[in-house]
Design a protein around this ligand. Structure first.
Ligand SMILES: [Zn+2]
Length: 405
């Protein structure tokens, strides 16, 4: 996985160079369309830009291509489709948006899910929060954007199927804030959503994820605790682990943060399934956040203090050196010591071909659930604390920061 992260930016930079030149020619041919997109892009960045209804109604939901939640009637919950980028067949990818608009002014929260298409508990967590809201009693606005990577959600896979060079797969959570004239549909989709939906309607945001397919994880949060509102919000979740790190360039929470909108990433269990127990913890935490910022009333639920949250600034990976079946010794959330044996790998004869130990003192955060592994795969992550002078961030900081959020 770490090899993949370092590979993609190089290829993308190469492509952007060649596409930029081609883009000028395309603008001459289809000038009106491109100019229109750029004009809207510029308008989308400013406040009070207004809501644009396309006039379409899909499955009973009105379609918008730009949204200003100030235009919506207070005291109601509004369900809309937001018009994303076009698919190869020419129809748009429509993203599901639910807005609970309070009767009084207040903070505007955005809750996002489905940036990765196999992360179902993230979607259900946001749905469950929205079900609990009564806009006739609320201050401010809560906007849910549920299935952001629509084609990836349709095929229950992490990455966006892009048809540029035959089907290849793009990780949408390395594309933010996107580019409406970018070199892939995924980049353009990110740009359209960020400029016309997410950024203009958010004072604070939370981008929900889960582990990736084939990886089981403990309940935890990724976020930069040096941002005061990120620290405040994270500490309101009754969960056991937090990775205090900004994570990668191009992730949605960093695009928000770069615009002055505090945001972080909760990780709600394993991919593909609905983990009801873990969903309940993240719903409780999110309701606490909305209470803290006076969007809703009510008494606080359990928080990080109640759950004994452990905060680490590193996620140490254990990387497979061989092929074969892998068996893990510690459970998730268990404390491990440096030098402790974490996993044993056997070949098809049953012979032990590798034993893996932890390099750090920490807590088991994640392990691979697909029983076999090839060399180079990440088998497990261990949350730990390293001296801040040696803390490394992002995908180029060797494999230490290769968490597949
Ligand atoms: Zn994810």
């Amino acid at each position: 996985m770490s090899a993949e992260y370092t590979d993609i930016p190089d290829r993308r930079n190469f492509m952007i160079g060649s596409i930029a030149a081609a883009g000028a020619a395309a603008a001459l041919v289809a000038g009106a369309e491109v100019a229109n997109a750029q004009q809207k892009s510029a308008a989308g960045g400013s406040s009070g830009s207004g809501t644009v209804y396309t006039g379409e109604v899909l499955q009973g939901k009105q379609v918008v291509s730009q949204l200003d939640v100030a235009d919506l009637e207070p005291g109601k919950t509004h369900s809309l489709y937001f018009q994303g980028v076009q698919a190869p067949g020419g129809q748009h990818w429509y993203v599901s948006v639910v807005v609970a608009k309070g009767i009084r002014p207040g903070k505007r929260f955005t809750l996002t899910s489905g940036v990765h298409g196999d992360e179902m508990s993230s979607i259900r967590t946001v749905q469950a929060v929205m079900e609990k809201l009564d806009p006739t009693q609320m201050s401010g606005t809560v906007m849910a954007v549920l299935d952001i990577a629509r084609p990836a959600v349709e095929s229950m896979q992490r990455r966006w199927p892009n048809s540029g060079r035959g089907i290849d797969l793009i990780d949408l959570n390395r594309e933010w804030p996107g580019n409406e004239n970018g070199a892939s549909a995924a980049s353009r989709h990110a740009g359209i959503l960020f400029n016309r939906l997410l950024k203009p309607n958010s004072d604070l945001a939370i981008d929900f994820h889960t582990g990736t397919t084939g990886l089981e994880i403990a309940a935890f949060i990724i976020g930069d605790r040096s941002i005061p509102d990120v620290k405040t919000m994270s500490d309101l979740y009754p969960i056991g682990q937090m990775w205090d790190d900004a994570a990668y360039p191009g992730v949605l929470h960093n695009a928000f943060v770069d615009e002055g909108i505090p945001c972080f990433t909760p990780e709600v269990g394993a991919a593909r399934t609905l983990d009801r127990e873990m969903i309940a913890l993240f719903v409780e935490g999110t309701m606490n956040v909305l209470k803290h910022y006076d969007v809703i009333g009510g008494s606080m639920g359990r928080t990080a203090a109640d759950a004994g949250m452990v905060i680490g600034n590193g996620a140490a990976p254990i990387i497979a050196t061989h092929g074969g079946l892998v068996e893990y010794l510690p459970k998730l959330d268990e404390e491990v010591k440096a030098g402790q044996k974490i996993a044993v790998q056997r070949n098809m004869f049953g012979e032990v071909v590798a034993e893996y130990t932890s390099a750090v003192n920490g807590k088991m955060s994640a392990y691979r659930t697909d029983a076999t592994s090839e060399p180079g795969n990440i088998l497990a992550f261990i949350l730990f604390n390293q001296p801040s002078s040696t803390t490394q961030h992002g995908p180029h900081a060797d494999s230490e920061s290769s968490y597949p959020e």
